[in-house]
Design a protein. Structure first.
Length: 277
């Protein structure tokens, strides 16, 4: 039991609403309390989006600042990761919160299809976001929706646009993007280990595939992402009552595979993220 598993909780996202599940935290207060419950349950990373009062997504730096302040008070030591995803803004607006110097931020290094549109990440925008992360000392979490994104992230590390070691998340199950396929998953892991042996990795499965990816990742020695952003249900007939309930499912899988759940201290050590003074 010497291989701790980091659990990331994606608390809100840009898509789920109260209509899809009343437990989805929308306000800053709701987000802080939901994250605190997930932190107590075993999550050591909070992946964060922010919303307007009407539940639409935004990249408003002031909202991110308020959320970060609340999380640092209620979840001391937890790794705070902000989203630079494209549903919340366009262009440089997507990185407007990076001067706040969160521990981490998501970074997608290429484009791909989403359910109803193209998730556009132009080379110029990717390079700008990467440069901002270097400037402010923010560790990127590479969100890999395609195998080419793994190769691009490695290339960007080798040429200095990203600071290693990499932390890569394999995203599977988004409609019109990479499906949940065990052979592909295994090849992702094998390829990353070959190209970047010092990298850490995790997986995110969408909807009913969240628990599938949780199980695969924990069994294979990786880390996991869970939370209401990606999945609002425990099963077909049961809504998840909270983010913490989804975290507890991941904790149970860690017990099944005899892996300890990483504390926030262990997570920071694994990801080389010392706690800021």
């Amino acid at each position: 039991m010497s291989d701790p598993c980091i659990i990331c909780v994606a608390i809100t996202g840009s898509v789920p609403t109260k209509a899809s599940n009343p437990a989805v935290p929308i306000t800053i207060t709701e987000q802080v309390e939901s994250t605190h419950e997930a932190f107590e349950a075993g999550a050591s990373i909070a992946h964060c989006h922010v919303r307007n009062d009407d539940e639409t997504p935004t990249s408003d730096p002031d909202k991110f600042a308020r959320l970060g302040e609340g999380l640092r008070k209620r979840c001391p030591g937890m790794i705070i990761q902000y989203s630079t995803g494209g549903r919340s803004g366009a262009g440089h607006e997507r990185g407007g919160m990076l001067p706040l110097k969160p521990d981490m931020a998501s970074l997608t290094v290429g484009s791909n299809n989403f359910p109803t549109r193209v998730y556009e990440n132009s080379p110029d925008l990717v390079d700008w976001l990467a440069a901002e992360m270097l400037k402010y000392g923010v560790k990127p979490e590479i969100e890999a929706f395609d195998l080419s994104h793994v190769f691009q992230a490695v290339k960007m590390t080798e040429d200095g646009r990203l600071k290693g070691p990499l932390y890569v998340q394999f995203v599977m199950g988004v409609k019109n993007a990479m499906p949940v396929d065990r052979h592909v998953f295994d090849f992702y892991v094998k390829t990353l280990n070959r190209l970047a042996p010092d990298a850490q990795w995790c997986g995110a499965g969408i909807a009913q595939n969240q628990i599938v990816l949780n199980d695969w990742c924990i069994a294979a020695g990786g880390h996991v992402r869970t939370g209401l952003e990606d999945n609002v249900r425990l099963d077909r007939n049961t809504l998840a009552p909270s983010n913490s309930a989804l975290v507890k499912r991941a904790v149970e899988l860690c017990e099944k595979h005899e892996r300890p759940v990483a504390s926030w201290q262990q997570a920071r050590d694994i990801l080389q993220l010392p706690l800021a003074a």
